[in-house]
Design a protein around this ligand. Structure first.
Ligand SMILES: Cc1cc2nc3c(=O)[nH]c(=O)nc-3n(C[C@H](O)[C@H](O)[C@H](O)COP(=O)(O)OP(=O)(O)OC[C@H]3O[C@@H](n4cnc5c(N)ncnc54)[C@H](O)[C@@H]3O)c2cc1C
Length: 380
């Protein structure tokens, strides 16, 4: 791939930069972290602005309402987005980054026609219902069951760690539709309407004092059969498409923000008179190398429609680098970091722990890299 930007790309950059410079300050500061209705309103209103400006779904094909930008301009867009410190994708993460792309790759025409425009415009918010109390890394052992009765599935069970489920309208849900089949063969991928009597969502408070995650209890919740994505019992394959998007391209926006995190660390070190030149140089090189890997991943996804297993390497490296950066910032800030002035540093530090677990732990990514990239045999 060509890593140089063309004159056309640079012209695109100027346009995006001008738009962001005007719109980002106008959108105002985000609401308090634990005011979830306000966060939903803030994030979806921003998504609506992007949509109206023709900037929603920059990587989605134009036939599905996206901008269908060439890879180079997707990357320019991400760079400018981070530079402008534009609002985090927030509650729109699942819909835009992996549910929508899964529907594009695997959904029916009716599913695409209904859901994709709503995701792009910020009208509907999605969450992910994959993990269960006994099925995290070993996701295929999930037990939430769906029994087919006439034209619908009746779903009962429990999901856990469902990020932002308390403000979601729809859920990408994995269920067991054949209890007798081998575990990978009896799973289906359903679109669950969260606004119905059989769905109870209970937020969970985490170490950082916030409530991003939820438990989701399903008690005879209903899903019309036409809301199944892919064939019945073929959900494991579809789930892997979702996970490839989640690990491969979904974090690109996070990765590019490491650059500004590093700049903040450099400023902090300078202000405290801490000598960090060697660490900063090494981290700078690592971040730029990771950005190149991300570019490869985005380019590959553009070519084939679905990100490759390289995404596991990108996700692994990103989560480790982000922990290293946040840890170093805490060391530089020292005890004072616990004071009000540096609260953001503490938040970033605590948040960085989650990244080596979300979307599959680092150990699982290493297993995937060994098996799917290096071609090594499965361990017993
Ligand atoms: C920020 C965040 C957001 C999340 N959002 C969602 C969401 O929206 N929806 C959702 O469904 N889930 C979500 N999750 C859940 C996440 O996918 C799981 O936490 C993750 O897959 C690990 O599962 P577990 O917590 O059950 O840990 P376990 O699977 O119990 O793992 C415990 C430890 O054992 C190790 N381990 C397990 N199996 C192996 C193995 N085969 N080889 C080597 N080591 C192994 C793991 O690496 C880990 O260190 C989220 C998690 C986080 C942290």
């Amino acid at each position: 791939m060509n890593l140089r930007y063309s004159l056309e790309d640079e012209a695109f950059r100027s346009g995006i930069r001008a738009w962001l410079e005007k719109e980002v300050p106008a959108h105002g500061a985000p609401p308090p972290a634990d005011d979830w209705p306000a966060r939903r309103a803030y994030d979806t209103a921003w998504q609506r602005k992007l949509h109206d400006a023709g900037l929603a779904g920059i990587a989605w094909p134009a036939e599905f309402g996206g901008r269908g930008l060439p890879v180079s301009q997707q990357l320019v867009y991400l760079e400018e987005y981070a530079r402008a410190n534009a609002p985090y994708v927030g509650v729109n993460f699942v819909g835009l980054m992996h549910a929508g792309p899964t529907l594009i790759a695997e959904g029916s025409d009716a599913q695409r026609a209904f859901h994709l425009p709503r995701i792009l415009s910020g009208e509907s918010v999605w969450c992910q219902g994959f993990s269960e109390p006994q099925a995290g890394s070993d996701l295929a052992s999930l037990r939430t069951r769906a029994e087919r009765r006439g034209g619908e599935y009746v779903v009962s069970g429990q999901k856990i760690w469902s990020t932002r489920a308390h403000v979601a309208d729809w859920c990408e849900l994995l269920v067991r539709t054949d209890a007798d089949a081998p575990k990978h063969k009896g799973i289906s991928w359903l679109i669950l309407d969260m606004h119905q009597p059989g769905v109870t969502v209970r937020p969970m408070r985490t170490l950082d004092g916030e409530s991003h995650f939820c438990e989701v209890f399903l008690d005879e919740a209903r899903v019309p059969v036409e809301n199944r994505v892919g064939a019945e019992n073929d959900g494991w394959r579809v789930a892997n498409v979702t996970l490839r998007f989640e690990r491969g391209t979904a974090f690109a926006q996070h990765i590019i923000t490491l650059r500004s995190q590093l700049r903040r660390l450099a400023a902090l070190a300078k202000s405290r008179g801490v000598e960090l030149r060697v660490e900063l140089g090494r981290l700078h090189a690592s971040i730029e190398a990771l950005w190149r890997m991300t570019q490869m991943c985005v380019a590959e996804a553009e070519r084939t429609g679905i990100p490759s297993p390289l995404g596991s390497a990108v996700k692994l490296r990103y989560s480790e680098l982000s922990q290293e950066l946040a840890g170093l910032a805490m060391r530089v800030a020292g005890r004072e970091a616990l004071g009000a002035a540096d609260r953001e540093l503490v938040r970033e530090y605590l948040w960085s722990f989650q990244m080596t677990i979300a979307a599959g732990t680092s150990q699982i990514q290493r297993n995937l890299i060994a098996q799917r990239i290096l071609g090594m045999p499965k361990s017993r």
